[in-house]
Design a protein around this ligand. Sequence first.
Ligand code: FAD
Length: 452
Amino acid sequence: MPRDESFSALIVGGGPVGLTMAHALSRVGIDFTLLEANGSFDEDLGAAIGLFPNTLRVMSQLRLCEKLQSIGEPLHYKVHQTYDGKVYDRVSYDSLIKENHGAVPLLCSRRELISTLYNALPENIVSSKIHTSKTVTSVTQTDTRATATCSDGTVYSASIVIGAEGVHSVVRRSIQASMRVSDNFDGDSFLAEYRLYWFTYPRVTEMDHCYEVHGKDLSTLMASNQDISFMFVYDRLPTPTREHVRYTTQDIDEAAKRAADLPIGTTGLKQSQVWDKRMKVGMTNAPEGILRKWFHGWLVLVGDAAHVVTPTAGLGLNAGIQDVVALTNELCKIRDGRQDLESGLQRYVDARWELANQIKQASAFETRRAGWKNYIYQFLDRWVLSIPWVATLLYNKLTAPKVAECLVFEELPGVKERFKGRVKWVHPMPSPVASGTASGWGLQDGSAAHTR
Ligand SMILES: Cc1cc2nc3c(=O)[nH]c(=O)nc-3n(C[C@H](O)[C@H](O)[C@H](O)COP(=O)(O)OP(=O)(O)OC[C@H]3O[C@@H](n4cnc5c(N)ncnc54)[C@H](O)[C@@H]3O)c2cc1C
């Protein structure tokens, strides 16, 4: 098949996954349009996200790594405490993660992450291809194209629609309309067993520490950048639900009372004392699930639209970025006539499903371990997994080989491998000679970026 120069994509959603998709497609020279419901890329939800070495590695191929490192704080330690503040586990990310994969996780505020990804796009791309205040309400497809309609009546069409609009995905609804919903879930169907509220406050603990407080049905996770601490509190729901609940300020205030006496790291402060200084607050149910089928015809899903996990292990976005890599690799083959659409998209899902499912399971385990769902989780947490050599052995034997399987962009030039550890990456960087790099991009980190 000849190369289809008119092949184009419509990205629905400009969250961190959608914006990374925009970077990837523009780098490989696939025309795209991105539609984002929000009016800007500067919304501050008060949440933070940890980027792992596999993500930083592909971000270095997109020449974004240095920019992200400049807004992030490296995390070196994770400390586990009981409700009375007793420290019973202290994990060194240097020995667990850096030693294996070449870097510790990088903590970024979600707002800064999104605005950095957006601001790093070249001006001509932003002005012509990125559209804000565009809420997609429906998607349809013909034999040759897919079309998205927005709430303001505007219509956009492309060769393929990529649903990157998160957990309440419109594109997913269209895909599911083509099959029985029960055929498309792994059994959990985005059921939420936990709810989560988070808030920010002026930093009081070390920047390189992440603190977790574990206990029965209520657990916290807290990390900080230079100025701000990000607190996440997990609360087990009395009954698991699939309902999309919108929590009020009063709901959050009431939930915060339950956690009022929990410790703030080893400062001696209680949560109520930092709650009084809160800046941004949010609350949501934490659904969990992974679809079996991520595409239908010209519609395909990436990120939270396809798989959603509890944030405890900090893996949700990192999984979504791997979707971007795998899908971009296949779209290049489809565009170039080396692969037909159906088998290309199936190869994309095959490349991602197993690892995404393992991430879902690992995240589910970490949430239940932190919330001592039953005596087995409590025992494992307090007395087994807190033994340093056990945790190291499990990470080295089970987790590190999976992280090492993470993909790289095949069509982008390889960059110097900055992230080298004990475990060799299964997919090495491609040759440093560009095969698909689009013109208009420089070779330095963010060299063609616009500023605003
Ligand atoms: C409190 C919290 C902490 C987290 N911490 C971590 C972490 O440390 N590490 C990690 O890897 N993951 C973490 N996650 C998960 C991570 O945030 C998600 O996996 C990630 O944001 C998914 O990105 P996404 O772009 O797929 O979806 P989203 O971030 O949900 O973005 C979707 C975008 O689509 C837009 N949109 C939605 N509907 C429409 C529509 N109809 N039309 C147009 N646009 C639309 C939205 O406005 C949004 O901008 C955390 C999540 C939470 C809630």
